[in-house]
Design a protein around this ligand. Structure first.
Ligand SMILES: Cc1cc2nc3c(=O)[nH]c(=O)nc-3n(C[C@H](O)[C@H](O)[C@H](O)COP(=O)(O)O)c2cc1C
Length: 358
């Protein structure tokens, strides 16, 4: 039906799906002309942000949706199901391809590669009604969107991110992750975040690189030199104020298993692509969501008890901002706005690397 070249073309596009810290927690296997297996994994053993593997599960969903859109470009319809007997640590998704009923490609196809995270300030020009509608339609009826648009709301989000960033920058477990996922001195990176896409100015990046060589330096710097101020202002407060809106994606029903996070990833990718198609850039702001997942599951983030206590306060602050109760499920949080395309971005592992030998 589809020759191997066609399947390679689909996978070559699908690999541009986003993943937390560009970890790309997937490998590909071409089983037959009509069957691709996606071998998922997660990073919870080293990445504090991958709470119970859910950030990776969201990325799996983004990949599966991107694959579906890519297949539509060559006249194929793809559908996936979780392979029986596989679990949340190493889920295998069996993707079946068949000729599409209509020959039209998904309208999101042109944005698969150009969609990218923008961590710098965006314009504050308000979203148009058409842009908001496009974002709402993109996530489907299993998710709702809450928008934080006026300056007063963006200020409250800035405060939440300021508090969240304090946890992020003073938590040893998070430091180990940051050290591993930033490619210093780089404009592009195949499997990390390049320094220039982090969103700080060159002087702060240089300082961060020096400080992050050891945890002892971080502690000293934070304690005596107010080391968290510059990164929090540049990475959290200014971008939080400098955007059109923050957008919280909430599942209509509480997640009952990891597959619900995969579905959240499908919706997240549609949201992100719809933003790109509407001339908007987007940056995920997942740390307050993830810290709240810990707090609401009574799970410790850190061996430092102060961080765990602070995560409970942060969860309450987030809920007060959204007008929600502690059991309200949150799946994805981001900011959007018009901005120039970033000059630095993450690239991807090669298709050869991602193709699993069988
Ligand atoms: C589940 C998930 C969580 C993410 N969380 C954040 C985040 O909190 N902050 C951020 O700046 N980027 C975040 N990202 C963006 C990734 O770092 C980014 O997509 C990845 O490095 C690939 O870069 P690209 O999107 O430019 O292709 C997240 C992405 C995903 C899929």
């Amino acid at each position: 039906m589809a020759d191997r070249q066609t399947l390679l073309k689909i996978l070559d596009l699908a690999r541009w799906a986003p993943s937390g810290d560009n970890t790309q927690p997937w490998r590909f296997e071409i089983v037959s002309d009509t069957h691709i297996a996606i071998h998922g994994h997660d990073t919870r053993d080293w990445c504090v942000y991958d709470f119970r593997g859910h950030a990776s599960h969201i990325a799996h969903g983004a990949l599966l949706e991107t694959l579906r859109i890519a297949a539509s470009g060559v006249g194929l319809r793809s559908s996936w199901r979780l392979r029986d007997g596989t679990d949340d640590h190493a889920p295998i998704y069996d993707v079946t391809l068949a000729p599409a009923d209509q020959a039209e490609a998904d309208p999101m196809l042109p944005y698969i590669v150009s969609r990218t995270v923008q961590r710098r300030r965006m314009k504050t020009r308000p979203l148009t009604a058409a842009q908001k509608l496009a974002l709402e339609r993109a996530v489907g009826d299993r998710f709702t969107l809450q928008f934080f648009e006026p300056l007063a709301s963006r200020r409250r989000v800035a405060r939440l991110l300021w508090d969240s960033a304090y946890l992020r920058l003073t938590c040893r477990e998070a430091f180990e992750v940051h050290r591993r996922v930033i490619e210093w001195g780089a404009r592009f990176s195949d499997d990390k975040i390049p320094e220039q896409a982090v969103g700080v100015d060159a002087a702060t990046a240089k300082l961060m690189r020096w400080v992050m060589r050891s945890w002892e330096r971080v502690v000293f710097f934070n304690k005596y030199l107010a080391g968290t101020i510059a990164p929090r202002v540049q990475l959290d407060v200014l971008p939080a104020l400098g955007c059109a809106a923050h957008v919280l994606m909430k599942p209509v029903g509480a997640p009952s298993g990891f597959i619900d996070y995969v579905h959240a990833g499908v919706a997240m990718q549609r949201l992100w692509l719809a933003a790109s198609a509407s001339g908007l850039h987007l940056q995920p702001e997942m740390t307050p969501v993830i810290f709240r997942w810990y707090a609401r599951n009574s799970a410790p983030i850190s061996s430092d008890q102060r961080i765990n206590v602070a995560s409970e306060r942060l969860a309450q602050e987030f809920e007060a901002l959204c007008g929600d109760s502690p059991d309200a499920p949150y799946a994805f949080f981001c900011r959007v706005g018009v901005a120039p395309a970033p000059t630095s971005r993450s690239r991807r592992l090669t298709l050869e690397t991602l193709l699993r030998s069988v």
